[in-house]
Design a protein around this ligand. Structure first.
Ligand code: AMP
Length: 218
C-alpha cells in the first residue's frame, strides 16, 4: 500500500512505539525514522553529535532541540521519505513539533496522523527493565514476554543482543519523568489539530497493530 502518510508516533518510553512504528512503516511502505536510533548510530560512528548526545542519553535527559531538529529534518529530506514516514521519538518537545510543522508547511505539507500508545506506568517500568535489543538490526526482545529462540542471539539476523545503558532502573525513572514534563504536552498540541488517535498499548502486539491501522484510517 503506497499512500502519502506522515505520522508522528507518541507514547512514553516502553509503550512499544519502536515495534509498532516499524510494522506500520512496512504496512505503508514508508521509512521508520527513529531519532533515538539516529543518535545511537552517531555514537557507534563516534561523531561529534554522537559524543554530545551520549552525555544526555546516559542521564535520561533530552538532547538539545537545535541539534535534534537539524538531524531529523535532514533525514526527512532523503529521497525515501518523499512519500511519507513514521516518526518515532521525534518530536519530543513543543519546540520540535513547531519546527517540524514549519518545515512541512514550507512545502505545503503537514502531519496526517498522531497515534498515541497508552500504557500504565508500572507496566512501562516492567517492560523496560527486561528489554534486550539486537546490536545489529535493533529488533527488540523481552526476557519474559518475547524471548529470543537462543539466549543472547537475534532470531532474525544472528546479531548479539544487548541491553541499553539507559534501560537501567534509575535512568528509566528519569526518562519517564522527562516524558511527563516535556513530551506529554504534545498530546494536547496534536489533539487541537484533530490528528491525535489514542490506542491501548496494553494488549498483544498483533492487537495493538490492528487497532493502530484502523485508527490511522479514522
Ligand atoms: P529513544 O530510543 O527514543 O528512547 O531515545 C533514547 C534517548 O535519545 C532519549 O532518552 C534522549 O536522550 C535521546 N532522544 C531521542 N529522541 C530525542 C528527541 N526527539 N529529542 C531529544 N532527545 C532525544
Amino acid at each position: 500500500m503506497t499512500v502519502p502518510v506522515r505520522v508522528v508516533f507518541l507514547g512514553p518510553p516502553g509503550a512499544g512505539k519502536g515495534t509498532q512504528a516499524k510494522q506500520l512503516a512496512e504496512h505503508f511502505e514508508v521509512p521508520h525514522v527513529a531519532s533515538g536510533d539516529l543518535f545511537r548510530k552517531h555514537q557507534v560512528e563516534n561523531t561529534e553529535l554522537g559524543q554530545l548526545a551520549k552525555r544526555y542519553m546516559e542521564r535520561g535527559e533530552l538532547v538539545p532541540d537545535g541539534v535534534t531538529i537539524s538531524m531529523v529534518l535532514e533525514r526527512l529530506q532523503e529521497p525515501d521519505a518523499a512519500n511519507g514516514y513514521i516518526l518515532d521519538g521525534f518530536p519530543r518537545t513543543l519546540e520540535q513539533a513547531r519546527a517540524l510543522d514549519k518545515a512541512l508547511a514550507e512545502h505545503q505539507r503537514s502531519i496526517d496522523r498522531t497515534p498515541l500508545l497508552q500504557v500504565d506506568t508500572e507496566e512501562l517500568v516492567r517492560r523496560l527493565a527486561g528489554r534486550w535489543l539486537c546490536s545489529k538490526c535493533q529488533r527488540p526482545y523481552h526476557e519474559v514476554t518475547a524471548p529470543p529462540k537462543e539466549k543472547g542471539i537475534c532470531d532474525v539476523c544472528g546479531g548479539e543482543l544487548m541491553q541499553r545503558a539507559d534501560d537501567q532502573p534509575d535512568v528509566v525513572r528519569k526518562r519517564l519523568q522527562t516524558y511527563e514534563e516535556q513530551t506529554a504536552p504534545l498530546v494536547g498540541y496534536y489533539k487541537e489539530q484533530g490528528k491525535l488517535r489514542t490506542v491501548n498499548g496494553d494488549q498483544a502486539i498483533e492487537d495493538v497493530g490492528r487497532d493502530l491501522i484502523s485508527a490511522m484510517m479514522e
